[in-house]
Design a protein around this ligand. Structure first.
Ligand SMILES: NC(=O)CC[C@H](N)C(=O)O
Length: 304
C-alpha cells in the first residue's frame, strides 16, 4: 500500500480542520513547542518506511515511554508486577488522586501516572543503574545510540511536579512504593523527558507490531505472549479516559503523551507515530487522533 500518498490525501482532507486544542502548559518547557507542528511515520513489519511532515523533528515523548518502561519491568518481574498494578481502564484523568485513595494505593493500570510511578519503583529496585540501564534498553529497541533524556524538560517537570509527588507519597503510605520517593519520582520525570522523532519512535515500537520480535534484526525483545498483553493494556488504557473513544474511532492499541505524540501498532502489519502538539481536554493530541481515525478508515486497518 502506498502510505505516503495516503498521508498526503488525509492531510489535504484535514486542511480545513480547525484545531482548537492547546499545547500542554503545566510543564513549562512544553509550552515552548510550536503548536502547528505535524509529523507522521509508519514502519511496516516488512521493513518499509513511510512519512509525512515534521517526522524527523524531536519531541518530548512523555507518557508514551510508559509502554517501554512496562516492557522492561514485565521482563524482570513477571507475575509479581500485577499484584502492585492493575490492568483495568481507569475512566479517570491520567493524574487523578481520588481513585488511588479508593483503590488503596494500587493503580488501575501501568499507563496512568500512578501506575507508571509503580513501574519506575520496580525498575529502581531491580536495576543496578536505573537511568543508564533504561536508556540503554531504549537505544537497543530503537537501534539508535543517540536517543537520550532531556534534562531541561525533566527539570521543568520536577519544578511543577507536585501532583505526581502526591501520587507517589500516597502509594508509599499504602506500602506500594519500595524506594525513596524522591529517587522514584526523579526517575519517573527522567523517563518522561526522553525525546524522539516520529520515525525513531515508530521504529522503537515495531517489536509490538511483530509479536515481540524486532523484524529488522530478528531480536526477540519479549515473548509473543507478553507482547499480546502489553498491546491489550494499550488498547484499554493507552489514552486514559479517552481509551473508549480511541477504540471506537481508531481501533488500534495506542499510547499518547502530553508532548502531542501518539504511537499505535497493528499486530502483523505496522507501527506508526503521529505528532501534533495541540491537546484536547483529556490530554491527547487532537489532530493526531483525527488523523489516525481517517487513516484506519481509509486503509480499513482497524484491528476489529
Ligand atoms: N500524559 C502524559 O504524557 C503525562 C506525563 C507527564 N510527564 C506527567 O507526569 O504528568
Amino acid at each position: 500500500m502506498d502510505y505516503n500518498k495516503i498521508f498526503t490525501d488525509i492531510n489535504a482532507k484535514l486542511s480545513s480542520y480547525k484545531d482548537d486544542g492547546a499545547v500542554a502548559s503545566y510543564i513549562p518547557e512544553l509550552q515552548r513547542v510550536l503548536p502547528n507542528k505535524f509529523g507522521v511515520h509508519l514502519c511496516s513489519v516488512e521493513g518499509m518506511n513511510y512519512h509525512f511532515g515534521d517526522s524527523e523533528e524531536k519531541f518530548s515523548i512523555q507518557s508514551i515511554v510508559k509502554v517501554l518502561s512496562l516492557t522492561m519491568a514485565f521482563e524482570i518481574e513477571e507475575d509479581e508486577l500485577w499484584k502492585r498494578v492493575g490492568v483495568e481502564p481507569s475512566g479517570n484523568p491520567f493524574n487523578s488522586l481520588v481513585q488511588l485513595e479508593y483503590d488503596e494505593g494500587i493503580p488501575r493500570n501501568p499507563f496512568i501516572n500512578a501506575g507508571a510511578i509503580v513501574i519506575a519503583d520496580v525498575l529502581v529496585s531491580k536495576l543496578k543503574n536505573p537511568r543508564e540501564d533504561f536508556i540503554n534498553f531504549v537505544r537497543h529497541l530503537s537501534g539508535n545510540n543517540q536517543i537520550d533524556y532531556c534534562d531541561r524538560i525533566a527539570q521543568s517537570e520536577k519544578s511543577k511536579g507536585h501532583r505526581n509527588a502526591a501520587l507517589c507519597n500516597l502509594m508509599k503510605s499504602f506500602g506500594n512504593i519500595e524506594n525513596n520517593i524522591h529517587e522514584v519520582i526523579d526517575f519517573y520525570f527522567d523517563l518522561c523527558s526522553i525525546e524522539m522523532t516520529c520515525s525513531e519512535l515508530a521504529r522503537t515500537f515495531l517489536f509490538l507490531a511483530n509479536y515481540g520480535k524486532d523484524p529488522v534484526n530478528g531480536n526477540q525483545i519479549i515473548s509473543s505472549s507478553k507482547s499480546k498483553r502489553i498491546n491489550a493494556v494499550m488498547q484499554l488504557c493507552g489514552l486514559y479516559d479517552e481509551a473508549g473513544e480511541f477504540s471506537f474511532k481508531v481501533g488500534l492499541p495506542g499510547k499518547s503523551g502530553v508532548g502531542g505524540g501518539i504511537a499505535v501498532v497493528h499486530p502483523g502489519k505496522y507501527s506508526m507515530v503521529v505528532w501534533s502538539p495541540r491537546l484536547n481536554k483529556k490530554g491527547n493530541s487532537n489532530k493526531g487522533m483525527r488523523f489516525l481515525e481517517e487513516f484506519t478508515s481509509y486503509t480499513a486497518s482497524s484491528i476489529f
